[in-house]
Design a protein around this ligand. Sequence first.
Ligand SMILES: Cc1cc2nc3c(=O)[nH]c(=O)nc-3n(C[C@H](O)[C@H](O)[C@H](O)COP(=O)(O)OP(=O)(O)OC[C@H]3O[C@@H](n4cnc5c(N)ncnc54)[C@H](O)[C@@H]3O)c2cc1C
Length: 510
Amino acid sequence: MVDDTEVLVVGAGPAGLALACALRLHGIAAQVVDSASGPASTSRANILHARGVEVLDRLGALGDLPDRALSAVTITQYLDGRPAITIRFGDVGLGAARPALYISQADIEAELRRRLAELGAGVRWNTPLVELTQDADGVTALLGDERVPLRCRWLAGCDGSHSTVRKLAGIGFSGVRLTEGFLLADVHADWPVDRAGGHGWPHRDGPFFALPMREAGGADDLWRLMAYDPTGADGVPGDQEIVERFRRLVPERTGRADIRIKDAVWTSAFRVHRRLADTYRRGRIFLAGDAAHIHSPLGGQGMVTGMGDAENLAWKLALVAHGRAADALLDTYEAERRPLATEVLRQTSAATRLQVGDSPFMRFLRNRVLVPVANLPAVQRRAGQLASQLWVTYRRGPLGGGAGSRRRPRPGDRVPDLACLRPDGGATRLHAELGRRWVLLSPGGDTYAYADEARERLGDTVTALTRDSGTQRDVWLIRPDAHLAWRGRHAAARLGPWLDRVLRQEQTQS
Ligand SMILES: Cc1cc2nc3c(=O)[nH]c(=O)nc-3n(C[C@H](O)[C@H](O)[C@H](O)COP(=O)(O)OP(=O)(O)OC[C@H]3O[C@@H](n4cnc5c(N)ncnc54)[C@H](O)[C@@H]3O)c2cc1C
């Protein structure tokens, strides 16, 4: 049977669009289908943490988002009406080239679609996946009411938390409901509250959050209001009812009566679940994004985790599709990404329980322990780092160097964006060269032998760069997703056999 495309991406949210862009960058034919009639215009997520900004940068999909975003991302928590803690997501260290952005999911998706179009692809709207079967050579997907068949070698379910792909592949989604109802409204409001960052008010009836949002051509008065309101769990409240509840909740929870809500752009009522797919792979079918993991929106980890999945899966699929790696390399996708999702679920669940919990113990923990500790600069920095996901490492995964090696970064660790030089002496940035390519980064000197070994296995997708400055002594091979693959000194002869083992996944097969 002839394939219509190499990879069918189901779902045009941030995960699916990022995956399609990354696949196209690696020269893989990818089609994207989505059941919706067109792009969603509602904001949904509105914080993109630093790691997500890096992914967009490597995909060439950052565009002018930093100019359109509120970039000094902070969250101030109040106690007894007074600011008690301010967590900053801007300067989180860890070599962050760019801070987190307050930007809407709709804007991010638009930028990813722009990039995808540049790479020669688009989204087929009104095209739900309704059925699928797989065999040894590929997957047949049935699309739309007419059940039009589409044949592909691999299929990626990026179709969100209610994933049809996950259900059709028979993959469980284990987990629990964490909380009852949250109410959300994006509103235009006159409110003399500092718009340089977000605000959170713990309250015995549940926390209340207000985050500033930007709107193209708007009057700079758009706010996201979010409140834990278990009474909202009965039935699905309408837009007007939610706005009315917020008019009541703002003074009750924040102690401020000076808000004038003009109108609502979007409202939502939702419960928080914590769930993780039992596996990320079934044969030729993969899951990424919310289809694989859902967690509390507190902490803003959904998009950044899904886009990280996409970047990780794309280069592995590309190597296998180009015949340069064994199918077993694809198992390392789950091995690297599922433990990370487990950790994100743990962190976001703990943060949610701490915010929502109203037992005397939780109140004591929040008000008497957390507040004094959280004001310590080291703790603030750590909170910012955790949210940034720049700490993500695959060191303990099948492609990592384990905890044993002494020199950092260790294989599996993220390599920060670094100033580098091209062979012709031109200045560049490491992350600007990644995305579609691998980088061989050396402190200088002759790296032809390394480049030959790498190109023989990875093809003409290896760029040799030298460090502009710094104390690096080894030659580093860096993956397209900015994680260190290998490092060595006077060791070109060892690189080839190491790559052979990784690409064939001999160590995981034995
Ligand atoms: C209130 C709220 C606030 C949030 N805030 C943040 C935040 O600040 N930062 C952050 O990082 N995350 C946040 N999140 C989480 C974030 O919105 C999600 O993690 C993100 O949307 C997941 O992206 P995705 O691409 O995996 O799935 P989705 O965005 O859900 O996209 C799935 C796509 O698949 C399509 N689809 C579904 N079924 C089919 C089918 N059968 N066939 C074809 N297409 C199909 C859908 O139409 C949709 O376009 C928030 C979530 C909520 C609810």
